[in-house]
Design a protein around this ligand. Sequence first.
Ligand code: ATP
Length: 443
Amino acid sequence: MTVVGIDDSDSRERGMCTTYVAARIAERLRREGAEVSRILLVRLNPAVKYKTRGNAALAIHTDCASDVVFSYARELLEELAETDDERTNPGLVAADHDPTAVPEAVGRFALEAIRDHLEIDDAAGLIDECGYRSWSAGNGRGRIGALAAVGAWAALSPRIEWTYEYISYREPERWGTPREVDAESVFAAAAEGYPDVWDTVDRGEGEAVCVPHTPGPILHGIRGDDPDAVRTVARRIDCEPVASSRLFVTNQGTDVHLRNARDADEEIVDGWAYRVDGRVVSPPETRRGGHVFVTLELESADADESDDSSEGGENGRRLECAAFEPTKRFRDRVRALRVGDRITACGEVARGTLKLEKFAVRDLVRIERVTPACPDCDRTMESAGRDQGYRCRTCKTTAPGKVERPLERALEGGWYEVPPCARRHVAKPLIRGGFDGQVHPER
Ligand code: ATP
């Protein structure tokens, strides 16, 4: 077996897409009589600044000899990669073994490429150590993604349930022109395929999220849990002629980028993505641009629920969380939080702020303490002076202190998420299941 990893072939302005290069390599291998057992589409750390769009790297698993695949892949990368763009730095790594047989260090490298930031030298050193064949152009950065793609099958198979994307490509002469896709047929196909097929459309925004707006070769990409289901949805879409299509096995929709911040004292690192437990300590605030911010005081994941020592929010570590404008209706969920609520928040931390991808309501404040109303005239009482309770000036009634009133809440317990139009590739849609609690999926 041979595993070939490739990355970094496209440019933001000029189009192209590394999935297309991988599909072309696979096509050539099949033409030459080799078997391609799968193509992996691996989403790496979404916080990496070098990415063009979705930080994807690709791996092809085949029975073809590694030197042969290597030369095909190099030829196609040289032909297709947009190397005139100085930000495009293609990389290629070929490993002469089964995808499950990667050295432990390569598996670790793959996981780090998803959760952390790596250097070109880290990749180059490990490629040498493993005796892998490699090629790169430009500054060689593409070798990071290419090596991560080689290690991904072994590293991720024990951690995630792989998902699928069925990508249909445009005829090359149409690249860069508006896509002809019948939106009604997309919505109908998406409804038929749901919930095995997800993130095809955003019904709230009326958007066909499976159709990209960038100049590249992709016509549409259909994502889901089942290979037949994604294929069926793709075929139901009425659109311009499809030049070719390909099924990819992916880590999209898996949350594999998140790490648990178990201990409230743990350092929170910029560029890493977390699952944190905390208590809301400031009322949600909508700032300029429509972005909504809320501050949490972090709690240890195994904190005793009855332990109120962290209440008051004076001493604990605080973390600002944000739901940015593009997360649309999700912001209403965040605005519905109140001081005292306990939640689990998930997202990437950038410049000290966690960019919310989803959150779980663990405990809602259900009672508020308010100034009492006069039992005779029903008007709100006034303070009778410091520590002297309340009184009604007109009726002369008194009350010893504030009274408790049940609070109407617009939230329930369980998980809330950003809508499909704002979903990061690697973030897990709630409809996929496996969450600890009730879910409120967006579609
Ligand atoms: P493409 O379709 O070309 O793959 P993309 O949005 O996936 O577009 P790339 O153009 O591949 O982005 O750019 C990402 C670059 O960052 C690649 O060179 C890749 O090797 C590198 N990279 C990926 N993950 C990491 C990481 N964790 N640390 C450092 N560099 C990384």
